[in-house]
Design a protein around this ligand. Sequence first.
Ligand code: 5GP
Ligand code: MN
Length: 334
Amino acid sequence: MINFNELTEIIESNNSFLLTTHVNPDADAIGSEIAFYQILKKLKKEIKIINHSAMPYNLQFLDAEHQIEKYEEAKHKKFLFEYDVLVALDFNRADRLVSMQDSFTESNKLKICIDHHQDAELFADHFFTGSDYAATGHIIYDFILKTSIVKMNREIAYPIYAAIMTDTGSFRFERTTPELHGIVADLLNYDIQPSEVFNKLYDESKLSKIKLLGRCLNSLQIIDGKIGYMTITQIDFNELDAIESDTENFVNHILSIEGVKLGLLFIELKNGFKVSFRSKGTLPVNKLAAEFGGGGHLNASGARFRDKQMKEMTPEILNKAKTYSEKHLKEENV
Ligand code: 5GP
Ligand code: MN
């Protein structure tokens, strides 16, 4: 159980709050920042929202007041040492902050983490976390419900709805419970149109994204009928003028193949690469990602490899994935 009274006390006894989220933010990351910002704004707090990554173009609609800034050391570093409270939303490891990590870690300001991932690193002073929540936005909803710290309104409900929609894969992943649908029903009372939010999130893609998906699907390989993997290189990004956030959800196509239990998407970055891991059923990919210093959820995890060559490391990662899934499937059948 999250101690929401403690969170209320922290908010009430401080004046300025700096909110941040993980690299390559999704709608739960951005939606949680905006919802929490709206709460703090109602309470007349001083607020800044600063992220390592630029805002993905399909999420800009969530930041109607243009509050979110992209971190630039010369301009923003000082705020991490000046604001009373640093609020980490939707992540639980400092390395997810990339360029902001060192300053965040060095700062002696109060740090709080609001998140729904498993296996938190002790990088904050207070944790308001629970891995049975479907989204960080779900935690923020619960916070308002349990404490009545502010009255729910459309400005808060809208980003929370977007957060829950994305992190539940549009209301189909495991943590989509009757209780969660009750919350979603409540949110819809605040003049929210599901189709409008869905269209903004998923149906306003650039052509470059769809072309990139085509190339990505073309790269698909299947191992033993159970593991699928795809690759996107820097050449693909450059030739198609696409960006990392365009790759969101690509990996799920692998799991749409009958019999495939584990999907990996290798994405080459400017300085290194990342791997997205997805699984069907009980195969815990967060443990597999953890073998490479990553993490995440049971069925959706990721790991980043800084300054490493993707091509060189791919066979080793696939081998580990193969051994891992064979071991798990064997144990499951015992
Ligand atoms: P994605 O594959 O969509 O980037 O990430 C899937 C999930 O894995 C996300 O919920 C995210 O929190 C987690 N994740 C992705 N990359 C990393 C990483 O480098 N480190 C950790 N700890 N978690 C990650
Ligand atoms: Mn999330």
